[in-house]
Design a protein around this ligand. Structure first.
Ligand SMILES: C[S@@+](CC[C@H](N)C(=O)[O-])C[C@H]1O[C@@H](n2cnc3c(N)ncnc32)[C@H](O)[C@@H]1O
Length: 245
């Protein structure tokens, strides 16, 4: 754990029930670490080597960010199909997990990408993924960095530390799944987003039982945001969310 990071365990109190058998470790013994392995993933024309858990039971992990979720894959595909969305942009990724989306945004020409997560084990694993896939020079120049960011905490200081006037893009895959954190997620995203009319919160939503597309759209109303929804369904969608002018 980096010196300034706080040990943190995600609140999963209102997640959907999962009655599947565990992977062979005790879910409630937080001293235990998630088992890790290494695998390759192809996204667009990029091949990325990931270190983490190739789990069929993601809800049973101690740290949900230790595996790859569908929301991140969908977000990466969206970025690869629309690279101009990230090209030349400053980006912060929330709940970045294994770091795949941030790395893809960097490879597609983002000028600076800060990958964030609350969980310290996830951050440690993310840093190892970055060093396996991102050019050393880009890491040395801090074009791609990993930082702890807990939603709803120290948002203003994070914004002023890393940007003059907020980020061009705030993004996240599979991060809107718990009612208990929807408000702080939107506070964080809007607090970090630049005031420019082009600034965009790209949210890759997957239905996990706790938060619906209706809840996302209601949160947009509440925070005075306009949205464009890519995808017709109730289960998965990419939301492009901007400040209402
Ligand atoms: C379902 S995982 C998604 C990970 C990754 N984006 C993906 O799609 O593969 C949710 C991620 O959000 C992080 N997270 C959840 N609540 C958070 C909070 N309040 N503050 C910071 N990170 C949080 C978790 O640690 C985890 O890495």
């Amino acid at each position: 754990m980096e010196e300034e990071e706080q040990q943190w365990i995600e609140d999963r109190s209102d997640e959907e029930e999962d009655n599947e058998q565990p992977l062979g470790f005790d879910l409630f013994n937080t001293d235990k670490k998630d088992p890790v392995d290494e695998f390759k993933i192809e996204i667009g024309d990029e091949t990325i080597t990931l270190h983490g858990v190739r789990s069929r039971y993601p809800h049973l992990l101690q740290s949900t960010g230790m595996t790859l979720w569908e929301g991140s894959k969908n977000l990466c595909n969206y970025i690869c199909e629309n690279p101009s969305v990230v090209y030349g942009k400053t980006i912060v990724e929330l709940g970045a997990g294994m770091g795949l989306c941030g790395m893809i945004a960097h490879k597609k020409g983002a000028t600076k990408v800060i990958l964030t997560d609350g969980d310290t084990d996830t951050l440690r694993n993310m840093r190892s993924n970055i060093s396996s896939n991102v050019d050393e020079k880009a890491i040395a120049k801090e074009d791609v960095i990993c930082k702890q960011l807990l939603w709803g905490k120290n948002i203003e200081s994070f914004r002023s530390k890393w940007t003059d006037d907020g980020f061009d893009i705030v993004m996240g895959g599979d991060i809107a799944y718990a009612q208990s954190s929807l408000q702080i997620l939107f506070e964080t995203a809007t607090g970090l987003l630049s005031n420019a009319s082009t600034a965009c919160f790209i949210l890759s939503f997957c239905f996990r039982g706790g938060v619906s597309v209706g809840d996302i759209e209601e949160a947009c109303q509440k925070f005075n945001l306009d949205f464009e929804k890519i995808g017709e369904g109730e289960k998965e969608a990419i939301y492009l969310i901007r400040r209402r002018l």
